[in-house]
Design a protein around this ligand. Structure first.
Ligand SMILES: C[S@@+](CC[C@H](N)C(=O)[O-])C[C@H]1O[C@@H](n2cnc3c(N)ncnc32)[C@H](O)[C@@H]1O
Length: 240
């Protein structure tokens, strides 16, 4: 494989291949590169979703399943969580994790967040963490998410935030972080090109206000994009 040439943001096959390849290192690198803070940001997404017993929830682009498992613990008794991802390797890790907590009502399936094939209105809520940026068409991803939610259902979409001012302090810190910390650390795990993809994917990612506009077009009734971590991350809070 030629990673530097093959990892094209927006190309589904290339994105899937990337996540198949980094799956064994993904959780460890996530913890290292964010100093564990991704857990805090994910908890902020969960706090917005406010999961309750009995609910049917979705974790779209679930990866190795950390959010799906947290949600599953909240929807007991009577609820269920479905995690969906396009790549098999992270899903296998998610299933292994779930098997260690066999009492949790969670299942994982291979699928495309742009066209899940799931029934409309089946979900009381949905999360998508660090997934939207990886989709070929973020608008289509939000539309599919809206279709899956019952009226009034909430969705929390967490990702890096693309600063509106590319010359501002937030954007400059982000470039420093991605180039001087993320890529060199990933190099040690032989995953330099894979993590260089992060900055490339951010370059084509809608800003917060643009995400709000896309969510409006997708038919959400309440919409707010909230910067987290001093503007490095963003949480799109939605009501169907
Ligand atoms: C950066 S990971 C995030 C994983 C997890 N949600 C987390 O927060 O750690 C992005 C995930 O999106 C998945 N993905 C990318 N495109 C997808 C698509 N079209 N449908 C479903 N999953 C997709 C990838 O396979 C990958 O596991």
């Amino acid at each position: 494989m030629g990673p530097s040439t093959s990892m094209q943001p927006g190309d589904p096959a290339s994105v899937r291949q990337l996540f198949e390849q980094i799956a064994p290192s993904y959780d460890r690198l996530n913890d290292t590169l964010s100093l564990g803070l991704h857990r805090l940001w994910k908890r902020q997404a969960l706090a917005y979703l406010a999961p309750r017993p009995g609910q049917r929830l979705l974790d779209l682009c679930c990866g190795t399943g950390d959010l799906a498992l947290l949600l599953a613990a909240k929807v007991r008794p009577g609820g269920e969580v479905l995690g969906l991802d396009a790549a098999a390797a992270p899903l296998e890790l998610a299933r292994q994790r779930a098997a260690q907590q066999a009492w949790l009502p969670v299942e994982f399936c291979l699928g495309d967040a742009l066209a899940t094939g799931l029934a409309a209105g089946r979900a009381d809520g949905a999360v998508m963490a660090y997934g939207l940026r990886n989709l070929a068409d973020p608008q289509a991803g939000l539309s599919e998410m809206r279709r899956l939610l019952r009226p009034g259902g909430r969705a929390a979409v967490l990702d890096f935030n693309r600063p509106e001012d590319p010359g501002g302090i937030v954007a400059r810190f982000q470039r420093f972080y991605l180039r001087q910390l993320v890529v060199p650390l990933a190099r040690q795990a032989d995953l330099e090109a894979h993590y260089a993809y992060l900055e490339a994917s951010l370059a084509r990612f809608p800003t917060g206000p643009q995400q709000e506009a896309l969510a409006r077009q997708a038919g959400f009734s309440q919409i707010r994009h909230r910067p987290l971590a001093g503007g490095q991350m963003g949480l799109l809070e939605l009501v169907a």
